[in-house]
Design a protein around this ligand. Structure first.
Ligand SMILES: Cc1ncc(COP(=O)(O)O)c(C=O)c1O
Length: 406
């Protein structure tokens, strides 16, 4: 019999083919990953790398966590997709679990983070017209400078990052931008047209920008007082990353709508959700919103297994404890190639001295040393390892960073 299996291709060749056949909307580091387990990935040639990005926090539980892989396998053997035209036997348990974990009532299941954000915008607008009494077509949503909420035309329309916006207009009206971490500016922007304030509790893409203590509680107080919705985008900050299940917990805040994604799919399938108050999500009626894949049984099974992992508290605890190790390691690099850093749990934005190199250049040096990181905005790199990383691995990664800065 003829063997029709494609011969293995080298990393260099695969990168050449990608260059020719894929849209250039990313500028990946030159590594072609073929296998992974836990905090480690392996490239086509068998070289191993410590993953200090974890799929932008989609891999909070590491690559191929056994409990998540098992949940996926079990579900693959039983039922994968029904569409919401019918019920499936996994969705109810997933929604119950989300309500229990968050303290909110109901879930609108979607797939990607951007879809969750889009869905929340629709819910907030309808709620504004039907419940708050905002004049038709006048609803506004207040957002923060430096925000990152995804890539759809509506969402990039209220981004202030030229790379994300340029050439994609005209944009959806109805958004007001205020400086992040500025309660007075937020208060001034809220008026009788406001439907909601949409905020990242920590701005990940902007470089892990952590607001002052009291800011999130202030946003909650202000939105409650004004009678507008508080929407927390925890797609990157949530699900254990910062040492608590949700980053808003650091200030005891419960938003009206909570946006989850990334790690909710366990690094296996795209799963996102708008979790919210019953009286808010109840503005959606049959036909007003939907998604063929949202809430599919495979997503719900994996999502439920993710919630089971979070319920143990192990990952939140690890993020807190190892976060101290990361924080101390980064503190020792300030003045030695690092200008400043921000760290909460196992999540850090590190500003590299531009005299030493761009974030990209440091990322390439780390790659050669077997550590994967990604730059964000010029000279900042973001560290977000799997929460399953060991202390020794984390320490080794910080030592590699120190070496890359020399
Ligand atoms: C805070 C935040 N919101 C939304 C998104 C968009 O998620 P997705 O890429 O799954 O659409 C991201 C992605 O990085 C994010 O960090």
């Amino acid at each position: 019999m003829t063997n029709h299996a494609t011969p293995a291709r080298s990393s260099a060749e695969l990168i050449r083919v990608e260059e020719a056949t894929l849209a250039h909307n990313y500028h990946p580091l030159p590594v072609v990953v073929a296998r992974a387990e836990g905090a480690w990935v392996e490239d086509v040639e068998g070289r191993r790398y410590l993953d200090m990005l974890a799929g932008y926090s989609a891999l909070n539980f590491g690559h191929r966590h056994p409990a998540l892989v098992e949940a996926a396998h079990r579900q693959l053997d039983r039922l994968t997709l029904t569409s919401r035209a019918f019920h499936n036997d996994r969705l109810a348990g997933f929604a119950e679990g989300l309500a229990e974990l968050t303290g909110l009532d109901m879930t609108l299941p979607m797939n990607t983070g951007a879809e969750a954000v889009e869905s929340a915008i629709k819910v907030a607008r309808r709620w504004a017209y039907r419940v708050r009494g905002v004049p038709e077509e006048r609803a506004t949503i207040v957002v923060a400078e430096g925000n990152f909420h995804g890539r759809t035309t509506t969402i990039v329309g209220f981004s202030d990052d030229p790379d994300a916006r340029d050439g994609f207009g005209p944009f959806t009206p109805g958004f007001r931008t205020v400086p992040y971490n500025d309660l007075a500016a937020l208060e001034a922007a809220v008026d009788h047209t406001t439907a909601a304030v949409l905020i990242e509790p920590i701005q990940g893409e902007a470089g892990v920008v952590i607001p002052d203590d009291g800011y999130l509680a202030g946003v909650r107080e202000l939105t409650s007082r004004a009678g507008v919705l508080c929407i927390a985008d925890e797609i990157q900050s949530g699900l254990g990353r910062t040492g608590t299940t949700l980053a808003v917990e650091h200030e005891g805040v419960l938003p009206d709508l909570l946006l989850l994604g990334k790690a909710l799919g366990g690094g296996i399938v795209p799963v996102s959700a708008v979790v919210g108050r019953r009286d808010v999500l109840s503005v959606l009626t049959p036909g007003s919103h939907g998604s063929t894949f949202g809430g599919n049984p495979l997503a719900a099974a994996v999502g439920t297994a993710v919630l089971d992992l979070l319920r143990t508290g192990t990952y939140q605890r690890r993020a807190t404890e190892l976060g101290r190790v990361l924080d101390a390691g980064l503190a020792s690099l300030v003045g030695a190639g690092v200008l400043a850093y921000r760290c909460r749990g196992l999540w850090a934005g590190v500003d590299i001295d531009p005299a030493i190199g761009t974030g990209r250049a440091i990322g390439e040096r780390l790659l050669h040393d077997g550590v994967l990181v990604k730059d964000t905005h010029g000279s900042t790199i973001r560290l977000a390892p799997p929460l399953t990383i060991t202390e020794d691995e984390l320490t080794a990664a910080v030592e590699s960073l120190a070496k890359a800065l020399r």
